[in-house]
Design a protein around this ligand. Structure first.
Ligand SMILES: C[S@@+](CC[C@H](N)C(=O)[O-])C[C@H]1O[C@@H](n2cnc3c(N)ncnc32)[C@H](O)[C@@H]1O
Length: 201
């Protein structure tokens, strides 16, 4: 697949999912903070067109929204954002993105596994280290029975591996989902997903 084809694919994905509500992993993480912490700063990795970022902004979080696709960030910024929204849009790849100081919530909905295993593990290492005590990670990882297994550039983890990576965190949500379905682009797919909300003690 060329870069142009990949970008066109993501643009079609944003069109298809426009106006969908925030992911429930993000909502659980936000709810678990209780009232929004002072100066709250969140990082949204693979933010897409901003379905989660908008909810964080609505609840008073400052958001650094990261995506490899400039079109994602353009669409996020074109949304009707809450007044006084503080959002920084960063075009970057997950493989390289640094974790900014002071981030309390790192969200990556259906995006973090979209890199090779080494990069995925390096990124998780940066997230683990970068979160302060009380900080949270929310998002999805992919399991080994997902029908995308074998595609290059995607990481899949067994349940045991996923749980061992999360060791030392308080698991506020760890739900395994397996279901036959259809992707937003209309192809049949077997999903094997871990839905995660984890708090660094
Ligand atoms: C499945 S979409 C999810 C978007 C959004 N988080 C949501 O929940 O709807 C994945 C997003 O991650 C971005 N992405 C995929 N691989 C990436 C990478 N290696 N680095 C940065 N962004 C990436 C894509 O451009 C896309 O916007």
């Amino acid at each position: 697949m060329t870069e142009d084809e990949r970008s066109a694919g993501w643009a079609a994905y944003y069109d298809k999912l426009r106006d969908r509500p925030p992911r429930r992993t993000l909502l659980a993480a936000l709810d678990n903070f209780g009232t929004t912490p002072a100066g709250a700063l969140a990082l949204d990795l693979g933010c897409g067109d901003g379905r989660d970022a908008v909810e964080m902004l609505r609840r008073g979080w400052r958001v650094i929204a990261v995506d490899a696709e400039p079109e994602a960030l353009r669409q996020l910024q074109a949304r009707p954002l809450p007044p006084e929204s503080d959002v920084t849009a960063v075009v970057a790849r997950l493989e390289e993105v640094p974790i900014p100081l002071g981030v309390q919530l790192i969200n990556s909905s259906f995006a973090m596994p979209l890199c090779e295993p080494q990069a995925f593990h390096d990124l998780w290492g940066r997230i683990r280290e970068g979160l302060p005590p009380g900080g949270r990670f929310s998002g999805q990882w992919y399991g080994p029975r997902d029908s995308w297994v074998g595609r290059p550039g995607i990481t899949f983890l067994s349940r045991e591996n996923a749980l061992s990576m999360l060791e030392g965190f308080d698991l506020e949500m760890f739900e395994e989902e397996e279901a036959d379905g259809v992707t937003p682009r209309g192809t049949a797919k077997h999903w094997h997903i871990f839905h995660i909300v984890a708090r660094k003690p």
